[in-house]
Design a binder for this molecule. Sequence first.
Ligand code: GDP
Length: 211
Amino acid sequence: MPVNPFRQAHFLTSANRLDQLPADTGAEVAFAGRSNAGKSSALNAICDQHGLARTSKTPGRTQLLNVFPVGDPSRRLIDLPGYGYAKVPEAMRLHWRGVLDTYLRMRVSLKGLVLVMDSRHPLKDFDCDMLEFGAASGRACHCLLTKSDKLSRSESLRTLAAVRKELAANFPNGTAQLFSSTSKAGLDDARSMLSGWLFGDAARVTTVAAR
Ligand code: GDP
């Protein structure tokens, strides 16, 4: 058993429609975030692989849902596109919203959503939309407040407290933590959260956290 199970993650396929996804069995976790929030860097850091999530930005793979099995194909990370709302044509945005809405509501194997936000600019419209989707579909949503290395300790703690307060008030399925792909702050906590969702295995969570 590898120490960090996410090291086994690899790109499998890119889906533009839900029927192109792998069978809806096992467990998966989806990553969302505005462009430049730091989602690819977070995925790479969690999986301890430099180029993993770059595949999501490769032309031809910039579709809706990029699928990364974690070893066993029944355990998957799903990378959702980070379109800034203003940057995509209306028709594509509507298609994306429709697919995402259905995905979040219907996907049985989806155990949770990771929302990556730049800790200097949290809870923008896109983020609140994702939290609304999550709340409406009863999905757990874990916010990674990334690039925390760019804030002072006190600034980052203030941001974390403010985001947690907003979640408690409006999105009770939401949790939040500080994270930095650069300094690795929060990496073990993020892996533990994901391990719990994907593997539901306390022993493995402990192993990962102890790494
Ligand atoms: P994505 O568009 O959400 O996938 O964002 P990327 O992961 O490509 O990151 C966008 C930019 O932010 C890049 O220049 C990264 O090097 C930088 N970045 C991402 N995560 C961090 C972090 O934790 N700390 C710092 N300082 N920069 C980061």
